[in-house]
Ligand binder design. Structure first.
Ligand SMILES: Nc1ncnc2c1ncn2[C@@H]1O[C@H](COP(=O)(O)OP(=O)(O)OP(=O)(O)O)[C@@H](O)[C@H]1O
Length: 264
């Protein structure tokens, strides 16, 4: 039996300056209270997943961090600046990839960059480098309907990364994919994270995915959502699905998270 340090308090002090600080955030949609006094800190370059029951407010919390949705109470700061509107420092990856069907991979990446008028626009070399990072070399001229589901998701991640955001917020980006493709994209995502040194916050329903990818997993309660546990994942890196799942600690984390989620 491996002894896990599960006693970490919520919003424990991060090792370095937090990239994102969430303090006492409450959110209502009309009369529906969705978030209740959410506290969390996410350090620079940390990979944090958010797990919680369906409808507990995970996506809402992510949208709040991105400045896409206003909140009524509390404070969210991103790189020490209060979040009031969308910022060029944040890239957002949605549940479904919204690629432009009439544009090839290169053009989809370019157009995503152009949405941010303040940023330096990428040249051909920068686009080629991003295509390589995404593992899509040879598919620059392909249109979305010519790509697999996993490839489309990779382009969507590239659209978020091309503007060089400091923080990448991902809302269940791989939920609709089969298990093998998901494993593959998890590995690609870890490579990108290690290469690009971003802060990543991932909303997921998958306990295994959260353990495989994260430095920490924040577990939310039923709606109105609060962060009820903050679990540090002390598995060695680099991680790979088939190897990391064999680690006895992986099973320990999965059991603890399953218990918290009411599925074990
Ligand atoms: N724009 C909105 N207007 C009104 N209610 C909303 C809006 N967005 C979300 N909600 C409600 O807020 C609650 C939380 O939704 P949210 O999508 O954040 O949950 P979630 O934890 O991400 O859910 P799931 O895991 O099922 O994706 C739900 O009850 C949802 O109906």
């Amino acid at each position: 039996m491996v002894a896990l340090d599960m006693s970490r308090p919520v919003a424990a002090e991060a090792e370095s300056r937090p990239a994102i600080r969430i303090e006492g955030v409450c959110k209502w949609f009309g009369d529906l209270k969705v978030l209740d006094t959410v506290d969390a800190e996410i350090a620079d370059c940390e990979f944090v997943s958010i797990l919680g029951p369906s409808g507990c407010g995970k996506s809402t919390l992510l949208r709040l961090m991105a400045g896409l949705v206003p909140y009524e109470e509390g404070n969210i700061t991103l790189l020490d600046t209060p979040v009031e509107s969308p910022s060029a420092d944040v890239g957002f990856v949605f549940q479904t990839s919204n690629l432009l069907p009439w544009a090839n991979v290169r053009k989809n990446l370019l157009l995503a960059a152009e949405l941010d008028r303040k940023a330096t626009q990428p040249d051909e070399a920068a686009i080629a480098a991003m295509v390589e990072t995404l593992g899509l070399t040879g598919f620059e001229d392909s249109y979305p309907h010519e790509l697999s589901g996993g490839m489309r998701h990779r382009v969507a991640i590239g659209q978020a990364l091309i503007r060089s955001p400091r923080v990448l917020l991902m809302d269940e980006p791989f939920g609709a994919l089969d298990a093998l493709t998901r494993d593959h994209l998890n590995v690609e995502l870890l490579k990108i994270w290690q290469k690009e040194k971003k802060t990543v916050v991932l909303v997921t329903h998958s306990i295994a995915e959260s353990i495989l990818l994260s430095d920490r997993v924040l577990v939310m309660s039923e709606r109105p959502g609060r962060v009820i546990r903050d679990i540090r994942i002390d598995l060695p890196r680099p991680r790979h699905p088939s190897e990391t799942r064999k680690d006895p600690m992986f099973g320990e984390y999965a059991a603890e998270l399953g218990r918290l989620m009411g599925v074990a």
